[in-house]
Design a protein around this ligand. Structure first.
Ligand SMILES: NC(=O)c1ccc[n+]([C@@H]2O[C@H](COP(=O)([O-])OP(=O)(O)OC[C@H]3O[C@@H](n4cnc5c(N)ncnc54)[C@H](OP(=O)(O)O)[C@@H]3O)[C@@H](O)[C@H]2O)c1
Length: 271
């Protein structure tokens, strides 16, 4: 007989569940009988996911149409949950996009929105929902960073920096709240086969695609790590290898290698 999941009948909030990794996480949690609140900009995609999950897994799914790259937008989600008596026990901060380095110094509005989405909103959502998790001595937070937080990518600049923020913040938060029964895990995916590159208008190194892992694989590994209380999770060989490089070499050397291989020779790597 299948054992009951720790997430069964609880509520999870997932940002950016309309595609890619967030959608796969939503499906994984629904399979464990977890109810969902999903929040992002595209209502039609959220509605399609809601209908599918409610029909197939008999869970309840609420949708909030919101642009989380606007400061204080997270308060709207918190107020929605409060007024509908929804107690969030699992928080998945997944929404994200990148800005290609070539656009870094010209698309300032987009740059600012990218920073807000992946620093201010992530932090606000954790802060808002953590009090009730601590009170109940039960809570799970999965913050989606990137392996570029450890070893910077050829095609991005500030994106790697904001993902580093998410990693540092998650590790510190983990240390702060684990004694209160709240588990914080940071997901560091490597290249994953989603619409991310297209949505972010990101040039990709030609040979990278052969190392792509599927978003379903990333979601399964992430949920499993979250449940067992891991601090970080790096799904797949590519992410594990880059994490290993980042751990064994001093950061000064990592940035020198980044400058030599990625920045100075960028045009030969990117399509
Ligand atoms: N794919 C990779 O290779 C890779 C590698 C490392 C890390 N990651 C990280 O994984 C996470 C998920 O990315 P993905 O690969 O699944 O890409 P994706 O398919 O493009 O999904 C991104 C999700 O973020 C949401 N989103 C984007 N901007 C938003 C905004 N302003 N407000 C609210 N939601 C927003 C999108 O929903 P709407 O469009 O409906 O708003 C979408 O559901 C991101 O944080 C990304 O940085 C991805």
């Amino acid at each position: 007989m299948k054992t009951k999941s720790v997430f069964s009948s609880k509520y999870a909030l997932i940002t950016g569940a309309t595609s890619g990794i967030g959608k796969s996480i939503a499906i994984e949690l629904a399979k464990e009988n977890c109810n969902l609140v999903i929040a992002s900009r595209n209502f039609d995609s959220m509605k399609a996911l809601k209908d599918m999950l409610e029909d197939k897994y008999n869970v309840s799914v609420d949708c909030i149409t919101i642009d989380l790259s606007v400061a204080k937008s997270s308060k709207i989600i918190f107020d929605f949950c409060k007024s509908n008596n929804i107690q969030i026990s699992i928080l998945v901060n997944n929404s994200g996009f990148a800005l290609a380095t070539k656009n870094e110094f010209t698309q300032l509005d987009k740059l600012e929105r990218m920073i807000i989405l992946q620093t201010v909103t992530v932090t606000d959502l954790c802060s808002q929902f953590i009090s009730s998790m601590k009170k109940n001595k039960f809570g799970y937070i999965l913050n989606v960073s990137s392996i570029t937080a450890i070893t910077p990518a050829a095609s991005t600049l500030t994106y790697s920096a904001v993902k580093k923020y998410i990693l540092t913040y998650s590790r510190l938060l983990h240390a702060e709240v684990y004694k209160d029964g709240v588990k914080v895990c940071c997901l560091l995916p490597g290249a994953t086969d989603t619409s991310f590159d297209k949505n972010s208008n990101l040039p990709v190194p030609k040979k990278l695609k052969r190392y792509y892992v599927s978003p379903d694989y990333v979601a399964i590994k992430a949920i499993s790590a979250l449940k067992r209380g891991a601090t970080t999770v790096t799904p797949g060989f590519q992410a594990k290898f880059l994490y290993f490089i980042g751990v064994i070499f001093p950061s000064g050397l990592i940035y020198r290698l980044h400058k030599f291989f990625w920045v100075n020779k960028r045009d030969s790597y990117l399509k």
